[in-house]
Design a protein around this ligand. Structure first.
Ligand code: NI
Length: 399
């Protein structure tokens, strides 16, 4: 008698060629955040062909597929894939290269969608093995604030019934295919966008005493703000404050009226996050006023930090080791990047993990690069492991 784990692996091998086709189809027609109309129609059509119940049009292009197990019971688990692509012109010379100029699946969300479809296909064939409901969430707009997660939650996807847990995965180009990575507890940072304008008084650069120079004031403010990170933040709470834009549009002999700065704040504690917002305002406004300028500070709140549930993630590590072998399950470090999966994990126990997509021993282009691609053997691991994690959550005694 075959174990369930063996049955999952067998189904996974059988559907692998069709999942590659699905992934390449999605890869050729990437769509930007909130505009995933073709992607959504494709997913919906596929689910219909397979006879899977679904709700469409959630938060615009979002879809929730619903699987029902045949064992009596009303437990529920949720699985999530994001659907959107990035404004990048693909530079890969592959037959399945993006056909939408300037748009590319450079963050692997095509893999997330095809993998979740594969998981659905596997679970559909194993409906005798679990009780309750599995909600499979295809989420729009992960790459763009305010993100699709919060809007899908507002639409009630985590209610009636409320899932015991939610799992999400993300491709990882620094891990070879066949391997996965987990991090219990804090995993990814919160992210906020900082916009600062220093308003001085422009004029001739040769008569500085008659102007209020926003360039030198802005420069001092940028340096002073780093002191919030080095001296005012608790060293045990990782914090990053980076400014990638400083525009003061004068000339060699012109002091401009204004200087504009834009940056990002990343950290791992909600109290500190809100505290440093007010300290940024304090430093900017006091320094601007000290030199006779005025200022505007706008902080656009992005995603919260992502907390993986400790016990759910420890159990997932154990289950993944059992399914893939200890050598194929690694522990991850903290990341300062952000994910709107964090909203789900604030509401119910969540586990967001990484799927290896690199070819063994080959250097792989990073996420968000025009050369990003995956080794499609990752579609043997991704769908199967997620199916296994869902089944083990609903029926822990499965072998
Ligand atoms: Ni991504």
């Amino acid at each position: 008698m075959k174990t369930i784990a063996d049955q999952i692996k067998e189904i996974s091998e059988n559907i692998h060629p069709s999942l590659i086709q699905i992934r390449r189809q999605l890869h050729q027609y990437p769509e930007l955040s909130g505009e995933e109309f073709g992607t959504s129609a494709f997913i919906s059509h596929t689910l219909n062909e397979w006879g899977i119940d679904q709700r469409t049009g959630i938060a615009g292009t979002g879809i929730m597929a619903i699987l029902r197990g045949k064992i009596p019971g009303n437990a529920c688990v949720a699985l999530r894939a994001d659907m959107d692509a990035l404004p990048i012109d693909e530079q890969n010379e592959v037959e399945y290269c993006s056909k939408n100029p300037g748009i590319m699946h450079a963050c692997g969300h095509d893999v997330h969608v095809s993998s979740l479809l594969g998981t659905i296909k596997i679970l559909q064939q194993l409906s005798d093995e679990y009780p309750g409901i599995i909600k499979c969430i295809f989420q729009p707009s992960e790459e763009k604030y305010p993100g699709g997660a919060i809007r899908m939650m507002e639409d009630g996807i985590l209610q009636n019934p409320e899932p015991l847990a939610i799992f999400g995965q993300h491709v990882c180009p620094s891990l070879p295919y066949g391997k996965v990575g987990f991090k219990p507890g804090k995993y990814m940072a919160s992210t906020d966008e900082i916009y600062i304008t220093i308003k001085g008084r422009g004029g001739h650069a040769a008569i500085p005493h008659q102007n209020i120079d926003p360039v030198i004031i802005g420069a001092q403010i940028l340096v002073a703000l780093q002191q919030l990170v080095s001296r005012e933040s608790d060293p045990t709470i990782p914090t990053v404050l980076s400014f990638g834009k400083f525009v003061a549009n004068g000339r060699t002999n012109i002091i401009p009226d204004e200087a504009h700065m834009e940056g990002t704040l990343r950290t791992f504690d909600e109290m500190w996050r809100h505290e440093i917002h007010s300290r940024i305002g304090r430093v900017v406004s006091n320094m601007a006023h000290a030199f006779g300028a005025t200022c505007e500070v706008f902080i656009d709140h992005g995603y919260p930090y992502l907390q993986n549930d400790e016990s759910l993630t420890q159990a997932a590590i154990k289950n993944a080791q059992e399914f893939l072998g200890n050598e194929n399950v690694v522990e991850l470090d903290l990341r300062m990047t952000a994910e709107d999966f964090a909203y789900y994990a604030q509401k119910i126990p969540g586990c967001f993990y990484r799927l290896g997509v690199a070819t063994t021993n080959l250097p792989f282009p990073p996420l968000h690069s025009a050369h990003f691609d995956v080794d499609e053997n990752c579609l043997l691991t991704g769908p199967a492991l997620m199916a296994w994690l869902a089944l083990k959550k609903l029926n822990p005694s499965l072998k």
